[in-house]
Ligand binder design. Structure first.
Ligand code: HEC
Length: 556
């Protein structure tokens, strides 16, 4: 974390793509200029502004000339006098401030900039200089002047000592919709989505968590992971008792992927030892194991009926297996780089696969099967994940987005706003909530229907305790947090400490956080404010309003 702060302070005034430019393009431009619309000139003019590579990389007619803003087409289009030429098309022009950011960014040589953590961003936004362990969360809520007796309106934020957060690498939702498991380095957290609370935290796994899977009845969690070059282990936790049931060393290298068979009796695993395995969870033994890939195997996924299994590898190939026999039925080629994840279509007749390439492949299975490359994240795609019923498909990308897919391989929604690379994603049972495990240690929750972040989940280091301090923050300002944190949170309105201590009861509304975790597209704004704080001497002006008059629920 220290490294992140340092970078932030050094690079404070020079705009960077990641920190300053990408948000402007995402807000005003990529609705038309996205990868998906590249082949649709009427919408996009054949231009995508979805990634750094797209913005700076066009060779034939460069969009910009570093250090020469005035000569750069992108800036010319923003300031064009001719309304027909000016961008965004058919919209009011950007604000002076935004145009100035683009101008200064090109002037500075169009730097990409460092990835900043979500927490760091919010810290800067609120101007709060607290202890390093303090995390600042900003809500989509503007508190009107005097609502809490304070003089001016301001954005509501909260500061809580939960740092450091660990990098998150895996996430999965239970088939019954009640639990969410997240994993990172030597850390697994079980969130109870119906209580907006952490049920358990396990710190006994060795190494990084690669993949997680629930049994169909959500009573057992399986974890694949290990330590590179040393051992790969499978762990099973009993979620009723909150304890480890078994750990089995299956390999001398990391287990990279895990999928639970729909019957719940078997799980499939992939490993850096290049093997794909089918494991019987009751008998605790391998049913079969085969070396299918010529380099690290990265992932596994079952078809909806469980008869087939698909695996991907560093060897750029995708393999379709017969689950019963453990034999490869088809090898899919066509990728030019490592394939990190693949899934079957609901009917099992085609495979969607993606990885280090900017695009993904759709392959119709069968003798004539050929891969068709379609739009992807524009950068690496880390994982595909279906919801339980195979009705919604999500993917996690290095572009800090989770995407929702249509069956033809096009993007239905791009879920933005995360502070770092998304390593893994999951969907709720009904497909309404999407979860993204990010490099900044935050688990982001989007409403798929509303297309925006509705909650963020944070868990700190447990230290010598069993569960670290945790807090679940819904975008409307409702929070649910662990006991020790409740005593230690500070609220901020604008850049001022709020004139109330700790959590006013109206903000601690678990039902609202539970709604957010379910992907609610219509989070109710906070309605009530507490009694006028006693510290403020009574004034002659009218009483403090009982309701927030104008809660601004705009996007962050
Ligand atoms: C409503 C859709 C829409 C939005 C929003 C939009 N554009 Fe465009 N843009 C177009 C279309 C269509 C064209 C092609 C027609 C033209 O050149 O005017 C275009 C052309 C361009 C071009 C020239 C194309 C080229 O290949 O050189 C640039 C540069 C550009 N837009 C930048 C932007 C930027 C920057 C934003 C955001 C501030 C933006 N556009 C927002 C639709 C849009």
């Amino acid at each position: 974390m220290t490294i992140l702060w340092t970078i932030l302070f050094v690079a404070a005034d020079e705009p960077t793509y990641r920190r300053d430019v990408a948000p402007i393009l995402a807000k005003h431009c990529t609705i038309c200029h996205d990868d998906q619309s590249l082949d649709d000139p009427e919408t996009s003019g054949g231009l995508s502004l979805e990634s750094y590579e797209r913005v700076i990389g066009r060779k034939d007619r460069p969009l910009l000339h570093p250090k020469k803003p005035a000569d750069s087409a992108i800036l010319q289009r923003l300031i064009a006098k001719d309304v027909k030429k000016r961008m965004p098309k058919d919209e009011p022009s950007l604000s002076e401030k935004e145009i100035d950011v683009i101008r200064r960014w090109i002037g500075a040589g169009a730097p990409l900039g460092e990835a900043t953590s979500d927490a760091a961003y919010h810290r800067r936004e609120t101007g709060r200089k607290g202890a390093l362990r303090e995390l600042v969360v900003k809500f989509d809520v503007t508190v009107p002047a005097k609502a809490f007796g304070q003089s001016s309106p301001g954005v509501l934020s909260l500061a809580a000592p939960v740092q450091p957060l660990a990098l998150m690498t895996a996430v999965t939702a239970s088939p019954d919709g009640s639990l969410l498991a997240t994993g990172g380095h030597r850390r697994i957290v079980i969130w109870n989505l119906k209580k907006a609370a952490v049920d358990y935290q396990f710190t006994d796994p060795i190494g990084m968590t690669s993949a997680l899977g629930f049994s169909p009845d959500a009573t057992t969690l399986y974890v694949a992971g290990g330590e590179s070059g040393l051992q790969g282990e499978l762990r099973a936790y009993d979620l009723k008792a909150g304890r480890l049931v078994y750990e089995i060393r299956l390999s001398n290298d990391v287990l990279t992927g895990l999928a639970v068979h729909p019957d719940g009796k078997r799980i499939a695993l992939s490993g850096m030892d290049r093997k794909i395995r089918l494991f019987d969870v009751a008998e605790r033994r391998e049913v079969w194991s085969n070396r299918g890939h010529s380099d690290f195997a990265w992932s596994v996924a079952f078809s909806k009926d469980g008869r087939k299994l698909v695996s991907t590898g560093k060897d750029k190939s995708v393999k379709v297996w017969n689950t019963e026999t453990g034999t490869v039925e088809q090898t899919l080629t066509g990728h030019r780089d490592e394939v990190l994840s693949a899934v079957f279509s609901p009917d099992g007749t085609s495979v969607l696969s993606g990885g280090k390439e900017p695009r993904v492949a759709v392959t119709k299975l069968g003798p004539a099967g050929r891969a068709t490359m379609v739009g992807g994240h524009g950068v690496a795609l880390h994982q595909f994940a279906w919801n339980v019923g195979f009705s919604k498909l999500a993917s996690a990308g290095a572009d800090r987005t989770v995407r929702i897919w249509r069956s033809n391989g096009t993007t239905e929604r791009t879920l933005q706003g995360a502070g770092d690379v998304i390593h893994a994603c999951a969907l709720s049972r009904d497909g309404k909530a999407a979860f993204g495990a990010a490099g900044d240690g935050v688990v982001y929750v989007w409403s798929v229907d509303a297309g925006r972040i509705v909650a963020r989940l944070y868990v700190g280091d447990p230290g010598s305790g069993t569960i670290g301090p945790w807090i679940a923050c819904a975008a409307n300002g409702s929070v649910s947090c662990s006991h020790e944190l409740a005593e230690n949170v500070h609220w901020i309105i604008g850049t001022q400490e709020a004139p109330f201590d700790r959590t006013p009861e109206s903000l601690r509304r678990t039902e609202s956080v539970v709604d957010a975790l379910g992907g609610s597209a219509t989070l109710k704004p906070l309605l009530t404010v507490p009694e006028a704080p006693k510290k403020i001497p009574p004034k002659k002006t009218p009483a403090v309003p009982r309701k927030f008059a104008a809660l601004d629920a705009g996007a962050i």
